[in-house]
Write a protein that binds this ligand. Structure first.
Ligand SMILES: [Zn+2]
Length: 63
């Protein structure tokens, strides 16, 4: 199962769900620090950056 997730910073991530035999608790975060996904047992997720924010990001909000 794969989902596309667009972070509030504008980066686009591909999040893939994997079944895991081990109970694992972890999370993945965006480069901006925002949590993309977290899990607790049975599944793990892998994330892949598909679209970064760059110079063409004219609407970037500076915090
Ligand atoms: Zn982000």
């Amino acid at each position: 199962m794969t989902n596309t997730h667009i972070c509030t910073c504008g980066r686009e991530w591909l999040i893939t769900k994997h079944h895991s035999p081990m109970r694992d608790k972890d999370s993945e975060s965006c480069l901006c620090g925002e949590e993309l996904v977290s899990w607790n047992g049975g599944v793990t997720y892998s994330v892949r950056l598909v679209k970064d924010i760059k110079k063409d990001d004219k609407n970037r909000i500076f915090i």
